[in-house]
Design a protein around this ligand. Sequence first.
Ligand code: SF4
Length: 302
Amino acid sequence: MAVINKEEFNNKIFSRIEKLIADYNLIENGDNVAIALSGGKDSVLTLHALANYQNNGHKTYQNNKDSNDSKNEDFDFNLTAISVDEGIEGYRQHGIEAAVSNAEKLGIKLIQKSFKDELDFTLDNSYHHFKSACIPCGVFRRNILNKSAYKIGANKLATGHNLDDEIQSFLMSFARADTLKFSKFGPMLDTIHPKLIPRIKPLWNTPEKDVGTWAVMNNINIHLDECPYSSLSLRGKTKEFLNKNESKYPGTKENIMESFKKTILEVKSSNTNVNECERCGEPSSRVVCMACEMENIIKNGN
Ligand code: SF4
């Protein structure tokens, strides 16, 4: 097996992220960027990559192109990390510890939120109302992240979605005939409501295995445990299916991504209509948002 040089590998991975940021204008001068930091490898790499980008601009990418360009001294943006503790006993606390240690190391402010404080219940004691724990987990986490990012005046919310996550989401939306979700694909989501902070995905074209290799090679403190609910989720099954196919037919993931880019990205902006939830006022395409509807089910049973 070929030995991987750490410096070359770091250069490759950071350079690819910087190129994506440049190609899609993910971050602009003066931006106030919030990062969703779970403490897992993807969000931790996002944190390190954006901190590096804040310090060096496109230097890694430019150096690889043998260019003399370096960071424009006037270019600057703000970074704040936000972690959300869903309340998964024996699991999430390790993630929060990794989030705290990485944010501290990089000197980035971390805001800590939890389901318990925000909603007065944990995922562990509420998920049984739903088919899968991942459904309320995702809805409430997104809701808390968006509200927290809005509160600090962030104009972008960076998430750790990598190439594998994006392909899985793409196939899951097909499997559920949920074509509305197609508008959420791509490295940057449009501003469709003033209270809905647009997502950016700096790892959009970074394969999951590269993220793992980066974390191991650089001895990064990350949360490695598998969520106890993940094996029951459609995402878990889709991931398993894709990994099996990739090892049998190399290039499967890349081909799916290419099909996705050719078809979905061209038509994605047409079907998004966002209003405000009549109960909490948060942006939603429904009259009552999913978070309020689920909170009602958990607290009142209807
Ligand atoms: Fe939440 Fe599901 Fe992810 Fe676990 S696997 S953290 S329940 S979304």
